[in-house]
Design a protein around this ligand. Structure first.
Ligand code: FES
Ligand code: FES
Length: 173
């Protein structure tokens, strides 16, 4: 094994840890740092349960090496509710019943935060009709949310209320 000593900045706190260079960010978060809100579903980049934010952009942490995340600001689901105060999107998921078992929910919520920032920056998706530079920019409707969140699977099928929670949060921003 080849290992490294790295510093991971997670939810605004630095953590110095020794890792195998092949260790995933997901395993480092869960097993080394105790951030068990980040879930391991498939461990193959297919379900989105392990989604976290790296410098505000969403990534699947099971396909990200911990050593590659050094120097970035990492936000997990725990970091969205510092001192227990829910972020608006978390509050909307609770109020609108955007989950059943909750296993996919941390990934859904981190993904929603990243997705809303992408949309606010004018990034189009595969279903954006008008991608011309002079166009109005993508309107965030249910179809856009479904497409942009399609990397986050929910085995309980809570999709209708997930979409409602994201739309309501985006509209209130
Ligand atoms: Fe990472 Fe499924 S656990 S995408
Ligand atoms: Fe159960 Fe999504 S709420 S997997």
């Amino acid at each position: 094994m080849t290992g490294s000593e790295i510093t991971l900045r997670v939810n605004a706190e630095d953590h110095r840890i020794a890792v195998d260079n092949r260790r995933t960010l997901l395993d480092a978060l869960r097993e080394d740092l105790g951030c068990t809100g980040t879930k391991k579903g498939c461990d193959h980049g297919q379900c989105g349960a392990c989604t976290v934010l790296l410098d505000g952009r969403r990534v699947v942490s099971c396909l990200t090496l911990a050593v590659a995340a050094e120097g970035a600001s990492i936000t997990t689901i725990e970091g969205l509710a510092p001192e227990g105060e829910l972020a608006p999107v978390q509050e909307a998921f609770v109020r609108l019943d955007g989950f059943q078992c909750g296993f996919c929910t941390p990934g859904q919520i981190c993904s929603a935060v990243g997705m809303m920032a992408e949309h606010a920056a004018g990034w189009p998706s595969a279903v954006t009709a008008d991608v011309s530079p002079d166009g109005p920019g993508p309107r965030l409707d249910a179809g856009e949310v479904r497409e942009r969140m399609s990397g986050n699977l929910c085995r309980c099928g809570a999709y209708p209320n997930i979409v409602r929670a994201v739309l309501e949060t985006a509209a209130a921003r």
